[in-house]
Design a protein around this ligand. Structure first.
Ligand SMILES: Cc1cc2nc3c(=O)[nH]c(=O)nc-3n(C[C@H](O)[C@H](O)[C@H](O)COP(=O)(O)OP(=O)(O)OC[C@H]3O[C@@H](n4cnc5c(N)ncnc54)[C@H](O)[C@@H]3O)c2cc1C
Length: 587
């Protein structure tokens, strides 16, 4: 059956709605109106799954679609565009839209060449989008389906992390994952399998199928463990675990530290990082973009990279090459106190078949700072900014993963939060030259494992730009190294004494939970932090047990002093830190 007939067959299932479609250069545009957001997602996914469909632009609206808000957003953008389109900021070889881990990685990879590059980020800090709210796991690449770009770049990216970490000096640890096989693994099929055979399959057949899947995906070294060995590796793992597959490649990082390190190193190699710079439109000349228009003026350019995460579809549309719609998928994560770290040595998950069609299913993982995370969930949401967390969602996580680690002290939660995945209806990364704009490269649909794949995504994007005509001449003085901010928490007593002697600000501890000194906050500001959350991501001030309730004002006071602004003008992330006046002393 041809693509058109297959799409018709999908829409036929929703025939009450009068839906229509057209196909342009492999991109399917869907039109009409449905009752619910769920149906909007379902139709998009069914069409996106059809072989030969290179992208789905889902222009169907659902009842309750926020049309007024969309119109207002559009008007705001147009106004900023008109005000700024004639103010030229400068001329660049490459302009990258989006300062998440992906945009920052591309900027750093391009900074090896003799190019003038600008990275534009609408938030006041890099890494403040999806990059700041994830599990920080460097997956090995066993899960992504064969034949996807996700699989290829995940496997390659994971292998590149060690070198990245050495050069950029961010924290990275290869802890490995352990995927448990329990009586629940095949529960859905149990009625078809006679009793003793059920256990036999779980113990001796399924683990090797997973190992084989790894091999087919290009991930070697997977091992099957059982019995004593399993519980030596993970003493608190579910007692009914019959076997487990050990994946030695899985690592953990602090995702925003990675993005910050990449951006710092890119800047040291000449990339201009423009934060608080929102792209609102493009100046076109024929089939090419000539300028990227922002609230700060127009960045003239030869090439543009669209790495705008959740907003990559809107950037594509603004540039004149709409090729995909992002359907936001929220994931809630629960974070536990560091005292729980002894319960978890590896990234842990329970294999449940059939797998969730759209996510890797979540689990339990240690963080690089010694905490433990449970999650994430996967829920389609209409709003790209929906990072709300309900008590039901937290309860769901706590009950779902309790089976993996039953003795874990679940009352030691210190925080819960949500991140939003930028999924396209093809459910794969889209990294390719735009179809209808000659000098635009899309790097979109970078949902999980986007963090793990980031080093390979960057190399792949550079290769694509080269194929598009960008000349790459190596820079002889490229410096791949970057130094992190020294951390009081990690210093020996002698080192602390020495530092305090030379600068007493090292002795002024602002955040007691995470042992963060005034000197670290000052250094974070010197490196570009402009908001309280930007300081927090660089120093960990406010990330401990009290979640900032004791140190927030102390840190804010130092930040205000260093920036030379009153405390009332400080931002938390993008919104003001304080709604009203701050009276008297900070503490
Ligand atoms: C709950 C959850 C858990 C996850 N866990 C993992 C994991 O363990 N391992 C893993 O590999 N992956 C994980 N992921 C996926 C990973 O977080 C993403 O793949 C990755 O962060 C995507 O990075 P990005 O740079 O593409 O997007 P983002 O970080 O969102 O960056 C895009 C940037 O573009 C900016 N932008 C948007 N519009 C504009 C504009 N108009 N002008 C200027 N700038 C703009 C945004 O502000 C944003 O900073 C997880 C995701 C979620 C949601």
């Amino acid at each position: 059956m041809g693509v058109e007939r297959k799409i018709r067959a999908v829409l036929e299932k929703y025939r009450g709605y009068n839906l229509s479609f057209e196909i342009r250069d492999g991109i399917v545009f869907l039109y009409g109106r449905v009752n619910s957001h769920e149906e909007w997602v379902r139709i998009g996914l069914e069409v996106g799954r059809i072989r030969g469909v290179e992208g789905v632009v889902n222009r169907i609206v659902w009842d309750g679609y926020p049309e007024e808000e969309a119109k207002k957003r559009e008007e705001r953008r147009r106004k900023i565009f008109e005000e700024n389109k004639d103010k030229v900021v400068g001329s660049y070889d490459v302009v990258i839209v989006g300062g998440g881990v992906v945009g920052a990685a591309i900027a750093r990879s391009l900074s090896k060449y003799q190019l003038k590059i600008a990275l534009l980020e609408k938030a006041p800090d890099v890494g403040a989008g999806t990059t700041k709210a994830n599990n920080g796991m460097i997956h090995a690449g066993v899960e992504p389906p064969r034949g996807t770009l996700k699989r290829k770049l995940n496997v390659e990216g994971c292998r590149m992390y060690e070198k990245w970490a050495q050069e950029l000096r961010f924290k990275y640890k290869r802890v490995g994952s352990l995927w448990l096989i329990t009586p629940r693994t095949l529960a859905k099929y149990k009625k078809y399998i006679p009793g003793p055979l059920y256990t036999l399959i779980l113990k001796y057949v399924l683990p090797y199928i997973v190992v084989l899947k790894g091999l087919i995906n290009g991930v070697s070294g997977l091992k099957v463990v059982r019995g004593r060995k399993l519980f030596e590796m993970e003493p608190y793992a579910a007692r009914d675990a019959l076997a487990a597959v050990y994946v030695p490649w899985t690592g953990i990082v602090d995702p925003y530290e990675v993005a910050i390190a990449l951006a710092e190193n890119a800047a040291a190699n000449g990339v201009e990082i423009h934060t608080s710079t929102e792209v609102v439109g493009f100046v076109r000349e024929g089939d090419a973009v000539k300028g990227v228009v922002t609230n700060r003026g127009t960045f003239l350019c030869r090439y543009v990279v669209n790495a705008a995460g959740l907003y990559a579809d809107e950037i594509a549309e603004l540039a004149g090459s709409p090729e995909f719609t992002i359907h936001p998928r929220k994931g809630v994560i629960v974070l536990f106190h560091r005292c729980t770290s002894r319960y978890v040595n590896h990234c842990l998950a329970e294999i449940i078949l059939p797998p969730h069609p759209l996510t890797k299913g979540g689990g339990i993982n240690p963080t690089i700072h010694g905490n433990v995370m449970w999650g994430p969930t996967a829920v389609e949401v209409p709003d790209k900014e929906d990072t709300s967390v309900s008590s039901e969602e937290v309860d769901l996580i706590l009950s779902k993963y309790s089976t993996i680690l039953s003795e874990f002290p679940k009352d030691r939660v210190i925080r819960y939060f949500a991140g939003v995945r930028a999924a396209t209806f093809n459910e794969d990364f889209i990294i390719r030259p735009a179809k209808w704009v000659r000098n635009l490269l899309h790097v979109a649909g970078i949902q999980s494992p986007g963090l793990a794949a980031a080093p390979a995504i960057a190399e792949y994007a550079v290769k694509k730009l080269k194929e598009m005509g960008l000349e790459l001449r190596e820079k002889p003085d490229f410096n791949p190294y970057r130094e992190p901010i020294p951390s009081l928490r990690e210093m020996s007593e002698e080192e602390i004494e020495e530092r305090v002697r030379s600068d007493p600000r090292w002795g002024n501890v602002l955040c007691e939970c995470e042992m963060v000194s005034e000197a670290e906050v000052v250094e974070a500001v010197r490196r570009g932090a402009r908001t309280l959350d930007a300081v927090k991501r660089r120093t960990r001030a406010g990330m401990g047990e009290c979640q900032g309730s004791r140190c927030l004002l102390r840190v804010a006071e130092v930040l205000a002093r260093e920036l030379g602004v009153p405390m009332t003008e400080l931002l938390k992330e993008e919104a003001p830190l304080f709604d009203g006046y701050v009276r008297g002393e900070a503490w």
